[in-house]
Design a protein around this ligand. Structure first.
Ligand code: SAM
Length: 242
């Protein structure tokens, strides 16, 4: 059974910026499932998409893999010969646990885990690159360079699967979706104090952008098309094709 997230349940004297440390890693599966609407569906469909787009003898990257949910989804679905998954995260607490889960998993697709900053990573011979709620933690000014690195490392016909918290262009719509997201978290058992303290801790760390901003950046990087395949309140996933 997964450990319950109670990190923000008691009033905190000072709310520090959110970090992917040991405390977060130990409750992360519960935290993300109860905080991100449709997380399970998106993870499952990443496996389905990877199976569709994986090319023989190519690499599948999971950038900001955390505990390896998307990696495991791909590992269990992809059957194309000669593929390898590279799962990368710069938080030691996350990548260590990810490796433990992979060691207990019996699927045969090879997975290499790397504790590395995705801004320094080299990507090559890739048919699939996944960024599942990770780009939002990269400074906006550094996002274009990363998109270009991904585009350059993809084979023709390769894809980037990008899921993000997104901002609505209209302030009325944004307020509505924020309020519906708060209702979602309450329905998942989070109290108002937990919701408010977690929001404060993420404020300077998670920078969301609008879907048109993401799509424009993908086009600038060279992607021929990008389609929204999931959207629930302020959470969305795109499929960008080289
Ligand atoms: C919200 S979690 C991603 C969830 C995960 N992809 C999944 O499917 O469950 C964001 C992850 O990105 C990682 N991360 C943030 N910035 C990073 C960077 N510059 N390099 C590598 N990993 C990074 C964090 O350590 C964290 O594990």
């Amino acid at each position: 059974m997964r450990e319950k997230d109670t990190l923000y349940a008691s009033p905190l004297a000072e709310i520090a910026d959110f970090k992917f440390d040991q405390a977060v890693a130990s409750v992360f599966a519960d935290m993300i499932n109860r905080s991100v609407p449709g997380y399970g569906l998106v993870v499952d469909q990443i496996g389905v998409l990877a199976r569709h787009y994986a090319l023989p003898d190519s690499r599948l990257y999971d950038l900001g893999c955390s505990l390896g949910a998307a990696t495991l989804s791909m590992r269990h679905r992809v059957e194309t010969a000669g593929c390898e998954i590279i799962a990368i995260d710069n938080a030691p607490a996350m990548i260590d646990r990810c490796q433990e889960y992979l060691d207990k998993d019996s699927a045969s697709l090879p997975v290499q885990t790397l504790c590395q900053d995705i801004r320094d990573v080299s990507i090559s011979n890739a048919s699939v690159v996944v960024m599942n709620y990770t780009l939002q933690f990269i400074a906006p000014l550094e996002r274009e360079a990363l998109m270009r690195t991904i585009y350059d490392g993809l084979l023709p016909g390769g894809v980037l699967i990008l899921a993000e918290k997104v901002m609505e262009s209209s302030s009325t719509q944004e307020a509505l979706f924020q309020s519906l997201h708060t209702d979602f978290k309450r329905a998942q058992g989070y109290s108002d104090i937990e919701i408010s303290q977690k929001r404060s801790s993420l404020e300077n760390v998670l920078v969301s952008e609008s879907l048109p901003t993401h799509q424009q950046r993908l086009q600038t990087a060279g992607f021929s098309q990008s389609a929204v395949w999931f959207h629930c309140y302020n959470f969305a996933a795109l499929l960008a094709i080289k």
